[in-house]
Design a protein around this ligand. Structure first.
Ligand code: FAD
Ligand code: SF4
Length: 507
């Protein structure tokens, strides 16, 4: 009896639910590189190379262990370009009794998957993705009856349920959250460990040539590819982070600096999201470092919260709220995304820096995505569809289940506050406090009016003014509205005029 086990490009884990009962003597593993997935947004070339190279390495590992792998390459002549088309061809080739697959990370793919059994006339078993610590059902049970969700409540539940960073029934160190210690800017002279990365081998070189040939026009540099593409490399990256970055992760997790794209971040998200690392093993490794005295609690807790809290939470929201979630637009935002998101050509140093780094590395850390490119898109009222597509395209770790809630919910507040209690709107003051960008910028971050004033400042007030009906009653925003109300009418008009004049330059 042949079972065809269909493994997708972000499921590269030997312990995957669809592989747990693999019979190497009878079963076939199917892996396909398809144009639909490579082109539904113009992915960064480094992201495409990462996934294809990691898939080819994973398939080679299975074959080395005696598993039959049916691997379809992007440039195979008869490749139909879609999951459904390739599965149909493979069913014809192998005549399996059934197909086994692990649920996908994207709603759109799940719709296809659910139709396979009828369309292809073969039994299709879809298994839960147990790489996550919170199943979709468990999240739905938690969410049941709640109108709005808060990550902090979910996170505490997860700590209690898993026992991670718990001392008996109490949180380690007596607090759930050490965020107030984690907002330092980078002191002069402190050097980050940097990211050496992993030199391409022959498999990766072949992929790089293919990507250079097929995706040369996409935003992003292919040169300097050095992501981990095997589990061994991903584990090595995790080791290096725990040894050289973790201890300072907490203190400087919100910091930004010119020419320092990585600071003390782990850079593991691409590896995690495609299956080369498991979230639980990452968390356990970091908790062990704390218990052994190798990392302070504010660093370990801050890091673990990102994975046990945010990562699981956004995935839960995604599956709970899709497909309607993607269509919400609470602020009726409809401005086209400025062209400089695709070129980096702007005088605003913060944006030029983050977009330039994104082009080179397919990477920006959380605060850069949230408070620079994200905050600017929020303040100008950029169209959520265009913003979401940009984030999905340009980052190597971008898969819709994690990208969409972060962008649509956390950054744009387009979901009306389902994911977060208030929009992360901020003036240039925040960027100035957390980075040295403003010192290298032609705009003056201390000014709000006039053509040299930092655009974030007037845009911030304009945003609050425009959306007062929705935001004024928010307890967390009351103080800032009191400040706006204290400005005299002349000042308010001058600020709004500066904002409008600036916005005209964008079109
Ligand atoms: C607008 C926006 C879009 C984002 N899009 C993505 C995306 O497409 N894919 C993605 O993996 N992350 C996304 N994030 C979350 C976060 O920015 C990245 O996970 C992080 O920058 C990856 O770099 P790192 O591995 O060095 O993370 P670290 O700072 O070292 O954090 C460790 C890990 O925590 C997890 N994590 C941290 N924050 C979040 C979060 N908000 N949501 C989910 N997981 C989190 C990631 O797995 C990350 O690897 C987005 C955040 C924002 C604000
Ligand atoms: S002054 Fe304003 S535009 Fe310039 S870097 Fe600072 S925040 Fe960005």
């Amino acid at each position: 009896m042949t079972v065809l086990r269909f493994v997708l490009g972000d499921q590269l884990d030997r312990a995957l639910s669809s592989l747990t009962d693999l019979d190497p003597d009878a079963d076939v593993v199917l892996m396909v590189e398809v144009a639909d997935e490579a082109t539904y947004v113009p992915h960064h070339p480094k992201k495409i190379a990462l996934i294809l190279s990691a898939m080819r390495h994973f398939a080679a590992g299975l074959e080395a262990d005696g598993v039959a792998v049916d691997y379809v390459r992007l440039d195979d002549r008869d490749n139909t370009g879609s999951f459904t088309g390739e599965l149909a061809r493979a069913v014809k080739r192998h005549g399996p009794d059934r197909v086994v697959v692990t649920e996908p990370g994207e709603w759109r793919v799940e719709q296809d998957m659910k139709a396979w059994e009828t369309a292809l006339g073969v039994a299709v078993e879809i298994r839960a993705d147990d790489r996550f610590l919170c199943s979709r059902d468990t999240f739905s049970a938690w969410a049941e009856g709640r109108k709005t969700f808060r990550m902090e409540h979910f996170y505490r539940e997860m700590r209690k349920r898993t026992g991670i960073l718990m001392d008996g029934r109490a949180p380690a160190g007596g607090e759930w959250n050490f965020d107030k210690e984690n907002r330092k800017s980078l002191p002069k002279g402190l050097r980050a460990p940097g990211f050496e990365g992993y030199a391409p081998d022959a498999v990766t070189e072949e992929v790089l040539a293919l990507v250079a040939d097929r995706f040369a026009d996409n935003f992003g540099d292919l040169d300097g590819f050095r992501f981990p593409v095997t589990r061994e490399q991903a584990l090595d990256l995790l080791d290096r982070f725990v040894e050289h970055g973790l201890a300072r992760f907490g203190d400087y997790q919100d910091a930004m600096a010119v020419g320092e794209p990585f600071l003390f971040h782990s850079l593991i998200s691409p590896a995690l999201n495609i299956g080369l690392l498991r979230p639980r093993e990452v968390i356990e490794r970091v908790e062990a470092a704390y218990r052994d005295g190798a990392a302070p609690l504010n660093a370990a807790e801050g890091f673990i919260r990102q994975i046990l809290g945010w990562r699981e939470y956004v995935r839960g929201i995604y599956w709970h709220a899709m497909p309607d979630y993607a269509d919400t637009n609470a602020f009726s935002a409809d401005r086209p995304l400025p062209g400089f998101y695709w070129s980096g050509e702007t005088d605003m140093r913060c944006l030029a820096e983050v977009i330039g780094q994104t082009r080179r590395e397919a990477y920006a850390h959380h605060i850069q995505r949230l408070m620079v490119t994200g905050c600017f898109a929020l303040l100008i009222g950029a169209d959520p569809v265009e913003v979401n597509d940009w984030y999905l395209a340009v980052y190597a770790d971008a898969f819709e289940w994690v990208q969409l809630p972060n962008t649509h919910g956390m950054v744009l507040h387009a979901d009306g506050g389902m994911l977060g209690s208030k929009p992360y709107a901020a003036s240039g003051k925040y960027i100035d406090r957390m980075s040295d960008y403003c010192r290298h910028c032609r705009f003056d971050v201390t000014e709000t009016e006039g053509e040299n004033a930092c655009p974030f400042n007037a845009l911030y007030w304009r945003f609050l003014h425009r959306h007062g009906d929705r935001l004024r009653d928010n307890r967390r925003m009351a103080m800032i509205y009191r400040t706006w109300d204290r400005f005299d009418a002349e000042r308010r008009d001058a600020i709004l005029e500066r904002a409008e004049t600036f916005l005209e330059t964008l079109s």
